[in-house]
Structure formats: structure tokens, C-alpha cells
Design a protein around this ligand. Structure first.
Ligand code: HEM
Length: 256
């Protein structure tokens, strides 16, 4: 099996190219074109996946500031609200990022679910045991994706709007209380547990997601694939481990 065959198999995705029909069918019996084309869906999944992976990586670097103390973390959170001012109105860059990320999440879900549906339809009864096999994380992509969707909703209600954080302090024009809100949230064992569980799902989704992006971008060379795999594993593990260390540190009393 070539690397490309293997990549398509692992993806469980629909092939981008249509299989040629036998010559006796003649030119008039072409396969029905589907819209949007499969390559559009694969490209959408790859581009939005890359954007989301970039976001979680940058967000993780920002989260590290929590270990520098309340003042450092709060001034970082305040800076996020005013960055770009006075060139741009306050919060405008934050709102641009919010819209881009919301759009990326919606498109990512749309493209990946449609790819999955088409792949299942295309394989139908021909689905061989070999195709059903695959690593656990590849088979858990839908589950880990759903966990992350629920996590994002909980997370925004917890640390951005404060609807499910009883001790939430809203930011003012000059100050942010992100540190106090985060500690109050993670001191609740249930919430600390939800964050830890979600970060495990994030690690699995990121590791396999980055692998799939390589396939979508046509990175199928025998030498580059192991390197890409190592990068994906490292990023998935580092992002999740750093994030996960925060609720754990609060539960252990290291952060208070
Ligand atoms: C334990 C890990 C995490 C911590 C400690 C954390 C921390 C925070 C904090 C403190 C805020 C509020 C910032 C503010 O004051 O406005 C925030 C917002 C946010 N976080 Fe996280 N985060 C974590 C993981 C994640 C992950 C994995 C994702 C994505 C899958 C994510 C997505 C978001 C989003 C979308 C917002 C809303 C940004 C906004 O609209 O203002 N976070 N996070």
C-alpha cells in the first residue's frame, strides 16, 4: 500500500479524485458531481483545523501567565481587551478574533460531518474489516470533537460571561479579574475535573487532527510523515499538559 492509500484509509475520508468509469460505459455515463466538491470539504476542514490549532496553541502560551501571579495574568487579560487601541476602538481586535474563531468552528463542524457522512455512504456495505480498524484516537474523533464543543460552551459561560461561576467578577474599563475568576472556578473539584477531562480530549483531537491535515495538504512523502507525526504528538501533548496543569495546580493549592 502506498503512503497516499494509507493516508486516505486512515482519514476514512472520501477520495478527492473520482474513480474513472470502465471504458464500455462511454463518455455520457459520468459520475454525478457532488456539491460542494470533496476537495472543497477537505480544504475547509484542513484550513479551519489549522486556525483552531493555532488558537489553542497561542491561548495555551497566554494561560502560562497564570503561573506569574494575579497581576501578570490580570494585566494580560486586560491587554487582550484593549489591544489595538487607540488605533482601533477598544475590544475591536478581540471581537474580530471571536468572529473568526466562531466561523472556523462552524465551518469545521460542517465540513468534517459532511466528509464523514459521504465517506460512510461511499463505503456502504463494502466497508472491509481493515477499514474499520484504526487507532483509537482516529475512531474517537467525533466523540472528542463533541466533548470540545461542549467544553467551549461551558468554558465561555464559566470564565468569559460568568453565568456558571458564582464568584465571577466582571472586568471594568481599566481592570480585569481573570485570575480571581479562574481560581474560583478551578477550586470546584467538578469543574477542575471537567477541564482535565476536556484537555485529554483536546490532546487526542489535536494529535490525530494534525495528522489528517497533513493528508489533506498532500503531505504524503515517506520521509516527512514521521516528522509531521512527531510534531503533531508533541503539540497535542504539550498544549493539553500545560492547560491541564492549571486546574491541577489549583486543586493542589499551588495556585490560590
Ligand atoms: C485549562 C485550560 C484553559 C484555561 C486555564 C483557559 C483560560 C481562559 C480564560 C481565563 C479566559 C477568559 C479571558 C478573559 O478574561 O476574557 C478564556 C477564554 C476563552 N478560552 Fe480558554 N482556557 C483554557 C483552555 C481553552 C481551550 C482548550 C479552548 C479551546 C478549545 C479555549 C477557548 C477559549 C475561548 C473561545 C475563550 C473566550 C475568549 C473571549 O471571547 O473572550 N480555552 N480562557
Amino acid at each position: 500500500m502506498t503512503n497516499v492509500d494509507q493516508a486516505v484509509l486512515e482519514r476514512g475520508r472520501v477520495a478527492t479524485a473520482q474513480a474513472p468509469l470502465p471504458a464500455e460505459h462511454g463518455p455520457r455515463l459520468r459520475q454525478k458531481r457532488v456539491r460542494p466538491a470533496n476537495w472543497v470539504l477537505n480544504a475547509t476542514a484542513a484550513v479551519t483545523g489549522t486556525l483552531l490549532a493555532l488558537f489553542v496553541t497561542i491561548h495555551m502560551v497566554g494561560n502560562l501567565k497564570v503561573f506569574a501571579g494575579a497581576d501578570a495574568f490580570n494585566s494580560y487579560a486586560h491587554w487582550l481587551r484593549v489591544v489595538g487601541y487607540p488605533l482601533l476602538p477598544e475590544m475591536s481586535l478581540l471581537w474580530i478574533v471571536r468572529f473568526v474563531m466562531a466561523g472556523a468552528i462552524i465551518l469545521h463542524i460542517w465540513a468534517t460531518l459532511l466528509i464523514r457522512y459521504r465517506g460512510a455512504k461511499q463505503r456502504g456495505a463494502r466497508r472491509s474489516p481493515m477499514m474499520r480498524a484504526g487507532s483509537i484516537i482516529s475512531r474517537l474523533m467525533l466523540t472528542t470533537g463533541l466533548v470540545l464543543l461542549v467544553f467551549i460552551i461551558i468554558h465561555i459561560l464559566d470564565l468569559t460571561t460568568g453565568h456558571i461561576n458564582g464568584s465571577f467578577l466582571s472586568p471594568t474599563a481599566t481592570e480585569s479579574f481573570a485570575y480571581e475568576n479562574l481560581i474560583a472556578s478551578f477550586q470546584r473539584p467538578l469543574f477542575a475535573g471537567v477541564y482535565v477531562f476536556s484537555m485529554l480530549a483536546l490532546a487526542a483531537h489535536l494529535i490525530h487532527g494534525l495528522w489528517l491535515i497533513a493528508t489533506d495538504l498532500g503531505i504524503t512523502g515517506g520521509r516527512i510523515r514521521p516528522i509531521w507525526k512527531a510534531v503533531g504528538y508533541s503539540l497535542g501533548v504539550v498544549v493539553a499538559a500545560v492547560n491541564l496543569s492549571i486546574p491541577v495546580a489549583v486543586q493542589l493549592g499551588v495556585l490560590a
